[in-house]
Structure formats: structure tokens, C-alpha cells
Design a protein around this ligand. Structure first.
Ligand code: HEM
Length: 132
């Protein structure tokens, strides 16, 4: 009987094509980010090989793939950087544009947009928000 196969919902991760697609997305995403003068400066001293690996691992978990993420949590990694809401929106736009370019389905895009909204407060530096 194949009840499990028939009833287990397929994850976003599997549907977009698994590890190879996530890697393609991360590569394309950082190409965009590093070409954007508004945010590229943040990455000047960052080891981009490790960075790509960490983001790939995190995106994998977010999309419902296997959990192999070993980096810091988002607040720890980003709060010291002084990232503004505008810069966050810019980087989120690069991620959405990348996924759209790769043909990711609309419901996965909507899901990623939800997650981006949920984690914004961990990434944007507290002191940069008006009134906070
Ligand atoms: C939802 C949005 C974001 C996600 C999911 C994300 C994810 C990550 C991950 C997984 C790491 C690695 C953490 C580690 O090495 O322990 C990281 C580091 C980093 N992120 Fe992000 N990031 C986001 C937004 C941003 C934005 C908006 C910027 C800048 C404008 C940014 C700049 C950086 C930098 C510079 C590092 C390296 C920090 C360091 O090595 O000290 N990130 N990010």
C-alpha cells in the first residue's frame, strides 16, 4: 500500500528540485546582491564560499528540506551589522527576483514572502527602526 506516498504533502524543497535548485538560487542571489551598491559593501570582508553554504542550508530548512544548518541564528548574525528596513527590502527583492527567474511556483514564492516578513525583526537592526 502506498498511503504514505499519496498523503504526505510534497515539500516546497522537493517541488522546486531539491539541493541543485537551492544551490542555483543561492549563487544567482549573491550575484545580484554583490552587484548592488546599496548592500554589496556588507559582504566585502565575508568569506562568500561559507556564506553561500550557510544560506543554502538555511533556505533548505525553510523550504522543508533536511536540516543541516550549523550557522548562527539570524539575530546573532545580523543585529551587529546595522541593517536598515530599506536594505532588508532590497535583499528580499533580490531573493524574490532570483526565485522568479528560476521559475519557482507562485505558492512557494508566497510562502517565502511570508517567511521574509516573519524574520524581518531578527535581521533589521533594532536601532535603525523609526521610534524603536
Ligand atoms: C531573510 C533575510 C536573510 C537571511 C535568511 C539571511 C541569512 C544569512 C545566513 C544564514 C547567514 C550566515 C550566518 C552564519 O554564518 O552564522 C548570514 C550572514 C550574513 N548576512 Fe544575511 N540573511 C538575510 C538578510 C541579510 C541582509 C538584508 C543583509 C545585508 C543587507 C545581510 C548580510 C549578511 C552578512 C554581511 C552576513 C555575514 C555576517 C558575518 O559573517 O559576520 N543578510 N545571513
Amino acid at each position: 500500500m502506498t498511503v504514505t506516498e499519496e498523503t504526505t504533502p510534497t515539500s516546497h524543497y522537493e517541488r522546486i528540485g531539491g539541493a541543485a535548485s537551492v544551490k542555483a538560487a543561492v549563487d544567482l542571489f549573491y550575484d545580484r546582491v554583490l552587484a548592488d551598491p546599496e548592500v554589496a559593501g556588507y559582504f566585502t570582508d565575508v568569506n562568500m564560499t561559507g556564506q553561500r553554504r550557510h544560506l543554502a542550508a538555511m533556505l533548505t530548512v525553510v523550504l522543508g528540506g533536511p536540516n543541516e544548518y550549523t550557522g548562527r541564528d539570524l539575530a546573532q548574525a545580523h543585529q551587529p551589522l546595522g541593517i536598515t528596513e530599506a536594505q532588508y527590502a532590497t535583499v528580499g527583492g533580490h531573493l524574490t527576483a532570483t526565485l522568479t527567474q528560476l521559475g519557482v511556483p507562485a505558492d512557494t514564492l508566497a510562502y517565502v514572502a511570508d517567511v521574509l516578513a516573519q524574520v524581518q525583526d531578527q535581521v533589521v537592526a533594532t536601532g535603525t527602526r523609526p521610534g524603536v
